[in-house]
Write a protein that binds this ligand. Structure first.
Ligand code: SF4
Length: 394
């Protein structure tokens, strides 16, 4: 075993045990963050081995169109460049006609996923948003989202909605028109809600409420995407606790189809513009330790547009998914970071010894498992997959 070739330390002995199947504890995960020199190399190697055991050599991505249904939001995350107040320059709610036009363009370019991102419940904070939604014929933003999911289904795309906190009724309703849904946990720390912290003045970023939405999604067998955002003022212990909270919900409900390990990127217009970005080293060790906590079978993703030129290293650290890549729209959440061309991503993935596979917004294992896909959506999904459950090439 390669671990026999590196100096034996308490660190590498722990890695050896984890590789052989020992369950990691919170204290051990925090300890692993201290990796230096050859310990760090060993950490990445073990994470890569576990990824290979569970996921093989496939690295997936989803060909998607990004639909920012509205950028008006009642929260004020200090790292966000997307949100606007209704009267602010750039405030925008897409019309149904704009959604349809984008969906048609996307389908013509081979996209299969419609990713709906939007500000959280703007109508609760801004009466003019509520009036505008009523003028469109909808009582609230979630009803509008539901209708737009139906619209893009008509155009041949599979919706994945990411509208923020959801209650049980909203999840059940959206489940019928989404093949999967998502909500980033971001971080489990209540401390980040305090004045001067990343989630101050964000009523929808209360960790317990986010965990509740993720749990309800599990109760109703909704394939779910979540993840953490690193470098926003959290401690290492809080980062580890966030990963264990995700792991615990997945152990109970089995519905977490992927976990995103996203790195904070600074932008000139955000309140956190002077905040240091996490280093590549920090991102890599977090990905690797996420793999040790979440296990060989979990789909772990790092967005490639936030890590230009680091593709092979992200693979070495244990990811097996690049997330959604759009040939049509920019990343509205990180507009400074263009998505890579799919051919470039394929080249990098192949050079590192992996096979790039296009997937749908629902992973193959959740198509196979009974009860994780609304019956009305199954025929559409079945028509779009190959024998392994990945996207059929058109
Ligand atoms: S990150 Fe999301 S919830 Fe936070 S301000 Fe931006 S749009 Fe709103």
């Amino acid at each position: 075993m390669v671990l026999d070739l590196v100096p034996k330390t308490a660190y590498t002995e722990l890695l050896q045990d984890l590789l052989l199947g020992k369950a990691i504890t919170r204290e051990e995960a925090c300890f692993l963050f201290q990796a230096q020199a050859s310990d760090f190399t060993a950490l990445l190697w073990v994470a890569g081995q576990l990824r290979d055991q569970g996921r093989g050599k496939y690295v997936s991505y989803s060909r998607k169109v990004f639909l920012p249904l509205t950028n008006i939001c009642r929260d004020r995350c200090a790292y966000c460049t997307f949100r606007r107040d209704p009267d602010e320059a750039g405030a925008k709610t897409m019309t149904p006609e704009e959604v349809r036009q984008q969906a048609r363009r996307a389908r013509a370019l081979g996209c299969k996923e419609a990713l709906f991102s939007m500000g959280d419940k703007p109508e609760l904070a801004f009466p003019q948003v509520k009036r505008a939604l009523q003028d469109l014929g909808y009582p609230d933003s979630r009803s509008y989202l539901h209708a737009m999911c139906e619209l893009v289904l008509e155009e041949g795309l599979l919706p994945h909605a990411n509208p923020g906190l959801m209650d049980e009724a909203e999840l059940l309703r959206l489940r019928e028109v989404n093949v999967s849904m998502g909500l980033m946990l971001e971080n489990i720390s209540d401390r980040l809600l305090e004045k001067g912290q990343a989630h101050h003045a964000c009523p929808d970023k209360v960790p317990q409420l986010r965990l509740r939405t993720i749990e309800l999604a599990g109760k109703h067998r909704i394939p779910f995407t979540t993840g953490i955002l690193i470098g926003i003022g959290e401690t290492i212990a809080e980062r580890v606790d966030s990963l264990f909270a995700i792991q615990k919900l997945h152990a109970q409900y089995g519905h977490i189809q992927e976990v995103i390990i996203q790195n904070f990127r600074t932008k000139p217009t955000i309140p956190m513009r002077d905040w240091p970005e996490p280093t590549l080293w920090d991102h890599l060790r977090t990905i690797a330790i996420s793999r040790l906590i979440l296990g060989p079978d979990m789909n772990i993703q790092a967005p490639p547009n936030l890590n230009q030129d680091a593709y092979p290293l992200l693979l070495l650290a244990g990811i097996n998914d690049w997330g959604g890549i759009s040939p049509l729209t920019r990343d509205f959440i990180n507009p400074e970071a263009p998505w890579p061309h799919i051919s470039r991503l394929r080249d990098h993935t192949h050079t590192a010894g992996f096979v790039l596979k296009e997937r749908l917004a629902i992973y193959p294992e959740y198509i196979r498992r009974q009860g994780f896909l609304a019956a009305s959506l199954r025929p559409r999904v079945e028509a779009m997959i190959d024998a392994e459950g990945y996207a059929r090439q058109e």
